[in-house]
Write a protein that binds this ligand. Structure first.
Ligand code: MG
Ligand code: MG
Ligand code: MG
Length: 308
């Protein structure tokens, strides 16, 4: 595997990270570049398992770290805090991403394909078009699953006209009812009953830093916020433990109701005072309800970041 160029998304991979890695490899092959390989750098969540099972596809191989000089392609992230161990000394060939550019640097030139779309797969969809490649059913389902996941069926404020157009065209190719398939897929990801509190706060956690401040914003998508809040005390205990173990200044855990597009957040850590200026509401018992908030990237992180 060492001589392959490894393609991967972020830690605690979501459907976009996994599907876009696979699609990137397919696209590379179509372009005559046979030396790339989609891998993952964390566990596959239930939503993504649903997609791969639907397509009867294998889960990409897990890698824990990369050696110095390993050639890599990053999708769905660029921030080194969210990337594989050893990324600082890897050779980054290209990035295809839809996030802000934070902690990222290279010593050599690279392809950097960034668009502020709702999903990495929308960028890859446009790459298929650019090269006049036909998209088959399986490829369409991989990409539309990523778009549905990242945009919560086009309801997230991160959704752009490009995502809408891509999803519409991909649905035609896939010949599936996007709303029906999408709801089933999203619901599969909300089945969190059997997870421990520790697993809950790590399912979709991302690290950020600004100056000396280190913070983590974790999120789970669910149908009932109250179901999760029944475990509030246990959740707070593991968050506090995580803060201590990782030297975090702030931990924000967003419990997102994907049907009604709201989030309840639990915030802990020595910098919790920034929650008030960030969201205009006081924490009560470490919690605050944020109506209309579903996007970490667009609604949570920018307001936290500005107030640090
Ligand atoms: Mg992602
Ligand atoms: Mg994404
Ligand atoms: Mg996400």
């Amino acid at each position: 595997m060492e001589n392959k160029v490894l393609i991967f998304g972020h830690k605690n991979p979501d459907t976009d990270s996994i599907c876009s890695s696979i699609v990137h490899e397919i696209l590379d092959k179509k372009n005559g570049w046979n030396n790339t390989k989609a891998v993952r750098i964390g566990n596959v969540n239930k939503e993504t398992q649903y997609v791969l099972k639907y397509l009867q596809m294998e889960i990409p191989e897990l890698i824990e770290e990369v050696e110095e000089g390993q050639e890599v392609i990053l999708v769905d992230h660029c921030n080194f805090d969210q990337s594989v161990d050893g990324i600082e000394n890897a050779k980054i060939i290209s990035v295809t991403d839809h996030h802000n550019i934070g902690n990222f640097r290279t010593s050599e030139p690279l392809y950097y394909n960034a668009k502020p779309y709702g999903c990495t797969s929308t960028i890859l969809y446009e790459d298929f078009k650019k090269f006049n490649h036909k998209i088959d059913k399986k490829e369409a389902i991989l990409m539309l699953s990523a778009i549905i996941s990242d945009t919560l069926l086009l309801k997230s404020p991160t959704t752009t006209q490009y995502d809408k157009k891509a999803l519409e065209e991909l649905a035609k190719i896939a010949e599936i009812d996007v709303n029906e398939y999408g709801m089933e897929m999203l619901k599969a990801g909300t089945d969190v009953k059997e997870y421990s509190e520790e697993q809950l706060i790590n399912l979709d956690a991302k690290d950020f830093n600004k100056g000396d401040v280190k913070y983590r914003v974790a999120q789970i998508n669910i149908i009932s916020i109250d179901d999760v809040l029944k475990r509030e005390e246990e959740i707070k205990t593991v968050i506090n433990k995580t803060i201590e173990e990782n030297g975090l200044d702030l931990f924000v855990f967003a419990i997102t109701d994907i049907l009604n597009s709201n989030s309840e957040i639990i915030a802990l850590g020595k910098m919790v005072d920034i929650i008030k200026p960030a969201f205009g509401k006081d924490l009560v018992n470490d919690r605050v309800f944020l109506p209309g908030v579903v996007s970490r990237k667009k609604q949570l992180v920018p307001d936290i970041d500005k107030n640090i």
